[in-house]
Design a protein around this ligand. Structure first.
Ligand SMILES: [Zn+2]
Length: 285
């Protein structure tokens, strides 16, 4: 499943292909993917326009033109493949965007959870309006997250995977960031201290950044029409490592299921209580 680092890698790979280039043709092969594709709006407002920038917000990409932006999401199984001429489309190609005379981008999504939408110039769109801040934005900070988690009994892992709280943190990065921050995934989000939120945000950024850097080294191969290339193997500490030794303390990595998703953690490095609380208790008794 494409996660935030893959989407950021895609954004960087697209920059030299579409920035200051004009979309010369748009072809759609379905009425809808996850949502109906606003074909005529895109043909009227995106075609024959020059792309000025590509923004990423969580796992959404916005290809900006004068009148607004085309919004792309890769869903569970989407990818973009690049061709230098009008080649026959592979199976599950739902749209082709042609830029200039040489670049054809194929939007491929077998499970059809992705989307191709239009966002007007004011940036207002129901999907974006409900979203929390991108983890790299200055709005994602300890103060806002602690405020948003006030009295919240939802486990912190579920909380950070909720795009309304913070955008684009999938299962792998939730597990890895909590491990780096030394926070147990099942702790109630309302009980996470300010210092822990600060540490967790910093760990989310460093985990994502490491993965983006790893993707950067394979940027040239990102548009592999096989559909698999570009999704690089991130160096994982806990995700998928049940029973293996923790890289920090050698305790066996545990696995539980939260909200239907596998959660991996180290019960020694990620205690069920805040370290500050544990220290105080020890002093009392
Ligand atoms: Zn450990």
């Amino acid at each position: 499943m494409p996660e935030l680092p893959e989407v950021e890698t895609l954004r960087r790979a697209l920059l030299p292909l579409v920035i200051n280039k004009t979309c010369t043709a748009l072809k759609f092969y379905r009425k809808d993917i996850r949502f109906p594709i606003p074909k005529s709006t895109l043909r009227n407002r995106f075609a024959n326009q020059t792309v000025s920038k590509i923004q990423r917000n969580g796992k959404y990409l916005l290809l900006q033109v004068a009148q607004g932006a085309m919004l792309l999401h890769l869903g569970m199984s989407g990818h973009v493949s690049r061709h230098t001429s009008m080649v026959p489309r592979e199976k599950h190609t739902h749209a082709i965007f042609r830029f200039g005379s040489k670049t054809c981008l194929h939007f491929v999504d077998p499970r059809r959870f992705g989307c191709i939408l239009w966002v007007p110039r004011n940036g207002k769109h129901p999907l974006l309006d409900k979203m929390g801040p991108d983890p790299f934005s200055s709005d994602a900070n300890a103060k806002t997250l602690k405020g948003s988690a006030k009295n919240c009994r939802v486990p912190v892992k579920t909380f950070i995977m909720d795009a309304r709280r913070i955008a684009g943190i999938g299962n792998i990065y939730a597990c890895e960031s909590l491990f780096r921050a030394g926070i147990h995934p099942q702790r109630k989000s309302g009980r996470i201290t300010f210092a822990e939120w600060a540490r967790l945000i910093s760990c989310m950024r460093s985990t994502l950044q490491d993965s983006i850097r790893a993707g950067g080294t394979t940027l040239r191969d990102f548009f592999d029409p096989s559909g698999n290339a570009g999704y690089y193997a991130t160096k994982l500490s806990v995700y998928g490592k049940e029973g293996e030794p923790c890289p920090k303390c050698k305790t066996q990595i545990s696995r539980t299921v939260h909200a239907g998703r596998s959660t991996f953690f180290c019960k020694t490095c990620q205690p069920t209580r805040s370290r500050a609380v544990v220290k105080v208790k020890r002093r009392v008794f």
